[in-house]
Design a protein. Structure first.
Length: 258
């Protein structure tokens, strides 16, 4: 039976992803920044919380851990080896592979520093749970890492199979596509995807998951060597750009002020 991944919306634009198996009542959630929507979801669907995966230390991803632990004894809380995150029961190193108890699915850990230094991404059953590292048509802000680290982390994710489904932690797709359209104006994928996302949002539906194939075709942060994007960067910053890391740094800075 395949893995099912459902969005639990939280705050203004966060998604807490719930991992489950059809017909089974034991589930895991990823990045519960708020316990309330998780508890309501579990109650509505009569589910039992087995564990939590954490991608990084920001409070909109970790704020619900304490309340969920109080509610569920023996709750597994897996995540980065970072004392800033309260309640972690298992710190996961890069490349670790573990079976999620209750779901019987293997999760592979990828260290992806850049947005924060502790950031982890999880690959499980052809799905990528990437927190605030990769968004659809964009990437997270660089709060703690370096352009070198962030570029390497994104390249690592880009190497995943094209059919990998991409579950980011925020609904930022439409605003990211506005920026993507500005730096990659001639890319026909962007306008078509924008229409699709507008229709989904009009119905209150998430634009996620995306896929790695889609991201490779429209996400400027995964297309740093594209001729048109390099040209747009050169023009915007009025300087010659000779390497990928520099292209990332300037693209990120442009987006921060877009
Ligand atoms: Zn964050």
């Amino acid at each position: 039976m395949s893995l099912m991944i459902t969005a639990i919306p939280a705050f203004d634009d966060n998604y807490i992803w719930c991992l489950s198996r059809p017909g089974h009542d034991r589930v895991w959630v990823v990045d519960p920044g708020d316990a309330q929507p998780v508890l309501a979801f579990l109650q509505e669907h009569r589910l039992q919380l087995e564990g939590i995966l954490i991608t990084h230390h920001h409070s909109d991803h970790t704020g619900g851990i304490g309340q969920l632990k109080a509610q569920f004894e023996q709750l597994a809380v897996w995540g980065p080896d970072n004392p800033q995150i309260p309640g972690i029961t298992l710190a996961l190193p890069d490349n670790e592979q573990r079976v999620l108890p209750g779901l019987d699915v293997t999760v592979r850990v990828l260290a992806v520093p850049g947005h924060t230094l502790d950031h982890l991404a999880y690959v499980c059953d052809g799905n990528l749970l990437c927190g605030d590292t990769l968004f659809s048509a964009g990437c997270g802000r660089m709060f703690e890492g370096t352009p070198e680290q962030f570029t390497r982390s994104l390249a690592r994710l880009a190497e995943l199979p094209a059919q990998t489904k991409v579950y980011s932690a925020h609904e930022y797709t439409l605003s990211n596509l506005r920026f993507a359209g500005a730096v990659d104006a001639g890319n026909p994928v962007i306008a078509a995807y924008q229409q699709e996302c507008e229709a989904l949002r009009a119905q209150g539906q998430p634009t996620l998951p995306s896929s790695m194939a889609r991201e490779l075709s429209c996400n400027p942060f995964l297309r740093l060597n594209d001729h048109h994007i390099r040209q747009a960067l050169t023009q915007h910053w009025d300087q010659e750009i000779t390497d990928t890391v520099r292209a990332f740094a300037l693209l990120r800075r442009w987006k921060d002020n877009f």
